[in-house]
Write a new protein. Structure first.
Length: 256
């Protein structure tokens, strides 16, 4: 990984101060920065969090659909580092996270290190132990569709993940045909088949490994990987969100 440039260093310090002071994101520090700059800045922010005693639990893969990639004009897979996991079935105050949103996503547990720029997607299942129904919980910080460098540097808006029930990966015959049903307070609000909304998850994980490799990083055993949202909802008090993934499991999150 190359040393940070002067502009990247300025953005790192501005973003880190924002986190420490719970202030608005410093958009002016990102005005002339690129997608790749955003990744480099995020890597430095991750390093500081780990040095401060944080424990990384895994990675998220961004831009895992044609729709998302076309919206920003980038054919790449940015990463986000996951630092918080919430137990399945938990209840949180709706106002505990600024502009909280919830997204159903598959959650994989890694059994074997995945590293390098040319990992074959076909090799990925043998390096995974389980797949579970999952949620990504997001916080409204950077604006999706706004400054791409700031969005990427700010960890792609991730706040936490929820890992629901799951199954060994070798029990899944065709993961792309998984049916996802999203319910709000027991009423169905969304359903889809995996391949209708996001890329094959093994391709996404291989592309994630390639992006991480540019920064001397890899996917390590035991880490959780989430591979793209099927839909997104803003959450409010009094809501219970439940998602069922056919042949995999169920995940639930409530807000008060």
């Amino acid at each position: 990984m190359n040393p940070l440039t002067k502009s990247q260093k300025i953005a790192v310090e501005a973003l880190w101060s924002c986190y420490e002071e719970n202030a608005d994101l410093p958009s002016e520090a990102f005005e002339n920065l690129s997608f790749e700059d955003g990744l480099a800045i995020q890597v430095e922010i991750r390093k500081r969090r780990l040095e401060a005693g944080g424990l990384q639990i895994g990675w998220k893969v961004g831009l895992t659909s044609d729709r998302a990639r076309k919206s920003v004009g980038i054919d790449d897979r940015p990463f986000g580092h996951l630092m918080r996991i919430i137990p399945n079935g938990s209840t949180l105050p709706a106002n505990s996270v600024n502009g909280a949103t919830i997204e159903p996503e598959m959650c994989f547990t890694i059994g074997e290190r995945i590293a390098g720029s040319d990992v074959e997607p076909e090799s990925i299942p043998s390096k995974i132990t389980t797949v579970a129904a999952g949620y990504e919980l997001n916080e409204k910080r950077a604006v999706v569709g706004g400054n791409i460098a700031m969005l990427v540097a700010d960890n792609l808006t991730n706040w936490a993940i929820v890992e629901g029930t799951g199954t060994p990966i070798d029990k899944i015959k065709d993961i792309d045909t998984t049916q996802i049903v999203q319910r709000l307070n027991n009423e169905e609000v969304f359903q889809c088949t995996h391949h209708q909304e996001v890329d094959n998850p093994f391709l996404s994980i291989a592309r994630l490994a390639a992006t991480l490799d540019r920064f001397g990083l890899a996917i390590e055993p035991g880490q959780k990987i989430i591979t793209g949202a099927y839909t997104r909802y803003t959450v409010n008090a009094g809501e219970t969100w439940t998602a069922e993934y056919s042949g995999i499991g169920q995940v639930e999150m409530s807000y008060k």
